[in-house]
Design a protein around this ligand. Structure first.
Ligand code: NAD
Ligand code: MG
Length: 397
């Protein structure tokens, strides 16, 4: 029996890599459904190639011509806000790969685990926003939540070398992003074009900017805490420029297990889609016939102050993750539009967090409301420059 895969966000960076994995393992995997927000032509081409039963378009109306091409394929089309949830609940789905960007993925994550389906999770934001809810529903329904994020996939793989109670620490590696080697003062004023030039990974815009500021790593700290039930003291971050060691787990006896592979998202995607089996490599392998150099150094918190906020979210919990994420989405958009400097992204997140009264055990409805109200608050903060710090000061706080 082939596994039927739903790919939410199939036109993105993760989505297209996932389609490559599925196509190369057509004996084990088949595409059941695909979605896009606005790249409808691309979605139609994907549908022609991969023959899903259903597709969803969440951000716009397809044109008559696009509809005609889809109907010629006999593909059912879902539109609008509830379309992702509709795909997540498809009766015949085995695995839902959640590869949309942002808090837009939260309701689909909840729907997937509620339906008892395996959730292959690239969308870290859904755990940052609603991790307690998603994980507790998954425990109740028995749905597996398998990380696609390379660091969490590495932890998932390493953690199997011992008992869960024997884990002492998880060490998340970070590339340091596009501006890692730029002098700090200059990095804080970097342009979007400079920040988008990631040295190792080719990814969507949000996650690439987040890599430059380590907001991505902060999101991943929170994601790891939920996935592996870790306290903030059990998570560490280390800068590893080569992105070959994707993360590590240290056990009680002091043994540290690492997962290594050349940077290519198709490996963690494949691992999540075929788990617990491992099958033939789609991504390249390590070549130790050449010299391989691996460097590790502690992160400079003046360059990456977002890391501290990530740990704070893990310590405080409740609705704070939702606020961190919403503020980061608003600030990144403002940076990409040229309204703020790169070094102002984190001060905006801080100011938004400071203005929020944390709700300890929010419901999903409350979180979706907090997401909305936080976006409004963060936009006001951007407009009024209410974070009140120059980037130089921000770097020192
Ligand atoms: P991307 O921007 O390349 O693609 C995003 C996808 O989501 C597209 O298919 C788009 O149509 C869809 N989308 C965008 N906005 C949407 C909305 N409001 N509602 C529904 N669908 C929407 O992003 P990406 O780089 O593929 O990242 C996807 C997720 O995977 C993110 O959560 C990211 O943090 C995570 N991730 C990505 C990588 C990577 O290598 N790209 C690595 C690790 C984790
Ligand atoms: Mg990652």
């Amino acid at each position: 029996m082939r596994r039927r895969i739903v790919i939410l966000g199939s036109t993105g960076s993760i989505g297209t890599s996932a389609l490559d994995v599925v196509a190369r393992h057509s004996d084990r995997l088949e595409v059941l459904a695909l979605s896009t927000h606005s790249r409808v032509d691309e979605l139609v081409e994907q549908a022609e190639r991969h023959r899903p039963a259903v597709v969803a378009v969440t951000g716009r109306e397809p044109t008559e011509a696009q509809r005609a091409r889809l109907s010629a394929l006999g593909v059912k089309v879902l539109l609008g806000d509830d379309a992702l949830v509709g795909l997540a609940r498809l009766e015949s789905a085995d695995v839902v790969l959640l590869a949309v960007v942002g808090a837009a993925g939260v309701r689909a994550a909840v729907a997937t685990v509620e339906a008892g389906r395996t959730l292959a999770l690239a969308n870290k934001e859904s755990l940052v926003v609603a991790g307690s809810i998603v994980m507790s529903i998954a425990r109740r329904t028995g749905a597996a939540v398998l990380p696609v994020d390379s660091e969490h996939s590495a932890v998932h793989q390493c953690i199997r070398s011992g008992q869960r109670s024997e884990v002492s620490r998880v060490i998340l590696t970070a590339s340091g992003g596009a501006l890692r080697d730029m002098p700090l003062e200059k990095a804080l004023r970097a342009t979007p074009a400079e920040a988008l030039k990631h040295p190792v990974w080719s990814m969507g815009q949000k996650v690439t900017i987040d890599s430059a500021t380590c907001v991505n790593k902060a999101l991943e700290i929170i994601e790891a805490a939920h996935l592996f039930e870790l306290s903030s003291e059990q998570i560490e971050v280390v800068i590893h420029p080569q992105s070959i060691v994707h993360s590590m787990v240290e056990f009680a006896d002091g043994s540290t297990i690492a997962q290594l592979s050349p940077p290519d998202m198709r490996l963690p995607i494949q691992y999540a889609l075929t788990y617990p089996d491992r099958c033939d490599a789609v991504a390249p392998r390590m070549d130790f016939r050449k010299a391989v150099r691996l460097d590790f150094h502690p992160p400079d918190l003046r360059r990456y102050p977002a890391l501290e906020s990530g740990f704070e979210v893990v310590r405080r919990g409740g609705s704070l993750g939702c606020v961190f994420n919403a503020a980061s989405e608003v600030a990144t958009e403002a940076f990409l539009d040229g309204r703020i400097l790169l070094g102002e992204i984190h001060p905006i997140i801080r100011a938004t967090m400071q203005g929020h009264a944390v709700v300890d055990h929010p419901t999903l409805t409350q979180l979706l409301e907090i997401d909305e109200s936080t976006r409004r608050a963060a936009r006001d903060i951007v407009r009024q420059k209410a974070y009140c710090v120059t980037p130089e000061v921000a770097a020192k706080t």
